[in-house]
Ligand binder design. Sequence first.
Ligand code: HSE
Length: 438
Amino acid sequence: MIAGMQQVNVGIVGLGNVGSGTLTLLAENAAQIALKLGFPLRVTAVCSRSVEAKKLPEGLGPVHRTTDWREIVSHPEVDIVAELVGGTSVAAEIINGAIEHKKSVVTANKELMASCGSEIWDRAIRAGINLAMEASVAGGIPIHAVLREGISGDRVVALYGILNGTSNYILTEMEKRGAPLDEVLAEAHRLGYAEADPSADIDGFDARSKLAILAALAFGEKITPSDIFVEGIRRISPMDFQYAHKLGHTIRLICAARQTSDGLILSVRPALIGLETIIAGVQGAYNAVWVKGRYGQDTFYYGRGAGPLPTGVAVVSDLMRVAREIRYGHPERVSPFAHERLGEYKPRSVTSEKCAYYLRFRVDDRPGIIAALAGILAEQHISLEAVLQLPSETKSSLPFVITVEPTCEHTIREAVQKMSHLDFLREPPLALPMEPPL
Ligand code: HSE
């Protein structure tokens, strides 16, 4: 340790899953952290609604406890504020309060960074403080550092990710043991992966916020999450995995950002991907990011996407990065958001994408079903690839699958729309892209 180098003090707001994991690491790993930094990182104050009832890990030393975040952001001894409350309204006040008091900020807040990260960064730069947000995307994977430092000399052409641990856990448990969605979602809650609002995980919104942040960092565009096409995993059932396997595929919720000559195409959606692809091997609550660079080509990053300790590692590593700058001096800063173009960026519509599709039907069996469906596909000039029906004991709500050759998504949507009126269908057809360009 450098003799006499003064400690850097941290104030933590929010003692939920991520806050507790962060405190555990700061207590248990304090000696290693101090050796790596050359000075200690100390928790000076913590804030939570139920702070008095919280048991803090041993070894932190005296810690001021408060239920008022304003005390943390204005505390004269706090150098860095860790905002770990999540959500957008109070979290924004906490971050802005810290910036006003010229305190650097570490945040795990994906919604806030996705919706107004660029504005917050501009404010932080004007105030001359640092903002770090590694924990906001794929907790256990240091993907911000990769995009901002590790491969910043490259030019990203595509980025694919599995960015929601809960939905990946659900899909892979469905795949392994045929478990229904609700049962596995409840397990993900117990394991601390799932969002309080299940829709954020299941309907793809959590993954969409993360894709908006990564795409902004990778492509230098200011991306608005609501402009990203999103479709969740609600309609996927264990039976879809049986069909996908027959076709040599599996199903994952794929976040994709691809540069084309007409602009970026961004989407979060379940897709059939070849069993031999590296991303098909991502199981359970793990996340992965696959980046394709024009020069460096493919790199792949894999790790836990959630959980108190993996996300805690991201927060603590950010605290260390910011603390180093505080003690050793910081470089001029450039916002990681929208460095390429100013203003909002409208991605190109996914409907112009062309790929093969998996169409899954549930029908009340009777003669003429395939003829009716094939008739609609023929009207739309869509060419069939395969028709697949696994043995089933029932004649009602009978599943079967048609795969079609590469077709524009808008044509598929028109066909699905026409099919929805057929009276033998028990539910609207499920259309999933197959082998999207990875
Ligand atoms: N609910 C999120 C997930 C937690 O399952 O990935 C991490 O953002």
